[in-house]
Design a protein. Structure first.
Length: 69
């Protein structure tokens, strides 16, 4: 699944392992499931977020945190 950070919403099923998120700058980030929650990984494969325990936390980080990337 691929979406933009502007259209990302937890209730649309976007919080899924492997979901690709395109930031306003054009970079592609990947959402990955971890034991402690979710993590967002950048284009280089490194984590750009800490552990995000819920779908709402993921949505907040993607919508507001990726606006500057």
């Amino acid at each position: 699944m691929r979406t933009t950070s502007d259209n990302f919403h937890a209730m649309r099923g976007h919080v899924a392992d492997g979901c690709e998120i395109v930031s306003p700058g054009g970079k592609v980030f990947t959402l990955k499931n971890a034991i402690k929650g979710w993590m967002v990984h950048g284009p280089d494969g490194l984590a750009v977020s800490g552990y995000l325990p819920s779908a709402n936390d993921v949505e907040f980080f993607v919508v507001y945190g990726l606006q500057t990337h």
